[in-house]
Write a protein that binds this ligand. Structure first.
Ligand code: NAX
Ligand code: K
Length: 479
């Protein structure tokens, strides 16, 4: 399995939240790297460490400390120690200085003199690289390639983009690569690569954590000024559900939230919040003759959430079926609407948000055993060809390829309406994120908001209490 630089950063952050600090991971990384160098070097060999100012360099500092007793080690830092970008890399630099291990500062691109080392450790650039190498890193890569030495690269050969695998015009030609936790893009199929286990707990990947929220701010350019228009198709027998759902979408960052509902309930829905744009249709519940108009409206929206408060009348379900058959965009399907999903022919990309009972009604697994449940939900998602967010004490999110589990939330959240809030958050996030990430982050956020409410006022929460906590859960100090 390959992991991108962005996902690696998320997992690293999740590990820290599980009390495995990045400094601990750096120690493991440097240790693994040193072991690999021992395998290619003879005792007393000259080892030149070329280190950039990020954590890739930090790993190389740690390796230098492990190796200095047995080899002739010199560490070349590309820049001034004050410009080392992370605290943990700087601490490991300071440890080298305190131990009187030979260090050089390379303050001019032309000033790097590696001598004639037997081994070069390439800790110039790792997963934090952006764009093609600049100076002095660029010259350092050239000098590394010019050395008649065995080159061991740290995590990725410097010059390889660890998100895409693209190789820049100047990149280290490594003899060996020690990569951490999992293969990075561009390293697949290479025989000179060692994947080192650095002690990241499996839980950091499996459980949704604060690291998963990093993708929300990763690329501000990608969704500049447009956090999405979410259309909720809901209401009829129930009016609170679509209103909660649409308000949750706004709280989760949607720019606009529309509620399409039967006209007798429109005023009531609007009454919950003036921020909602209510678009009534004639009749008392959703029926097939409304579908054409809804499909036309949906074209101008980024995500549709269908289900909250619609009820399960036969003609309503026929309408849901017709809508999904005609719709090709992103949709979140909730509540009674879920039962039509297994048999429907649709080009839409769905996130389905059933609780255990709704999952069973869809023909999904009934088993509750945790480990087994994850596998069964993943298989069902694969069969459906859609993304599932199965709600429970532990929420399971699966798209058939990857599975995530969310454990935020509390028993107070079994109250009615929390599912409508979750569907709304999912809808908003789905406008800027992939289905799996949107569902995983939504589950985590909904649970975090619920935990915050219970912390503040104890049990007895209303679903509407969650709304005000959503922004803090997503972007505030609770993340
Ligand atoms: N994510 C994790 O779980 C772990 C990561 N570790 C190491 O940390 C590395 C990532 O560290 P960082 O995020 O600090 O990033 P890097 O060390 O990969 O690179 C960041 C540094 O390079 C500079 N830089 C970025 N692009 C450049 C370019 N095109 N030309 C010249 N300079 C450039 C930045 O200004 C910064 O100083 C990994 O590759 C790995 O080696 C390990 O320490 C342990 C665990
Ligand atoms: K490197």
């Amino acid at each position: 399995m390959t992991i991108t630089a962005a996902r690696m950063a998320a997992v690293d952050r999740n590990a820290a939240a599980l009390d495995v600090s990045t400094k601990q991971l750096m120690e493991s990384s440097g240790n693994a790297l040193a072991r690999e160098v021992r395998a290619v070097a003879d005792s007393g060999d000259e080892v030149a460490v070329v280190a950039g100012r990020g954590n890739n360099g930090g790993d190389a500092f740690v390796a230098a400390r492990f190796l200095a007793g047995d080899y002739d080690v010199t560490v070349h830092l590309l820049g001034r120690p004050e410009t080392i970008t992370t605290e943990i890399a700087r601490e490991n630099w300071d440890a080298l200085r305190a131990a009187e291990i030979a260090t050089e500062r390379v303050l001019d691109s032309n000033a790097l003199d590696l001598g004639s080392p037997d081994v070069v450790i390439d800790g110039v650039l790792g997963t934090g690289v952006t764009g093609a190498p600049r100076e002095p890193e660029r010259s350092a890569i050239v000098a590394t390639n010019d050395a008649a030495a065995t080159v061991v690269s740290v995590d990725v050969p410097s010059g390889v983009d660890a998100d895409t695998g693209e190789v820049a015009d100047v990149a280290v030609e490594a003899d060996r690569v020690v990569t951490f936790h999992a293969l990075k893009p561009g390293l697949e199929g290479r025989e000179d690569v060692t994947v080192a286990d650095i002690g990241i707990p499996e839980a950091a990947e499996r459980f949704v954590g604060p690291g998963d929220l990093l993708s929300l701010s990763r690329d501000p350019q990608a969704h500049k000024g447009d956090f999405g228009r979410v259309m909720v198709i809901g209401g009829g027998p129930y009016t609170g559900a679509p209103a909660l759902c649409a308000q949750a979408a706004l709280r989760a960052g949607a720019d606009l939230a529309y509620v399409a509902c039967p006209d007798p309930v429109a005023d009531e829905v609007q009454g919950y919040a003036e921020d909602l744009i209510v678009e009534p249709y004639v009749g008392t519940r959703l029926q097939p003759d409304h579908v054409e108009g809804l499909l036309a409206d949906a074209e101008a929206r980024d995500v549709v959430v269908i289900g909250p408060g619609l009820g399960g009348a036969d003609d309503t379900l026929d309408a849901v079926r017709a809508f999904l058959e005609g719709y090709e965009g992103k949709a979140v399907v909730d509540a009674d609407a879920l039962q039509v999903v297994p048999a429907v022919e649709t080009d839409a990309e769905l996130v389905c948000t059933p609780h255990q009972g709704e999952l069973a009604k869809m023909g999904g697994p009934r088993r509750d055993d945790w480990a087994e449940r994850e596998t069964l939900v993943a298989e069902f998602a694969r069969d459906l060809g859609q993304t599932l967010l199965v709600k429970g004490a532990y929420d399971v999110v699966a798209d058939g390829d990857a599975t995530r589990v969310n454990r935020t939330g509390n028993p107070g959240m079994t109250v009615g309406g929390t599912g409508d809030v979750l569907a709304g958050i999912t809808g908003a996030l789905y406008s800027t994120q992939g289905a799996l990430d949107a569902a995983a982050i939504a589950a985590y956020t909904n649970g975090t908001a619920g935990d915050a409410v219970v912390e503040e006022m104890g049990y007895g929460l209303l679903a509407s209490d969650l709304l005000a906590e959503i922004p803090t859960a997503l972007w505030g100090e609770r993340r």
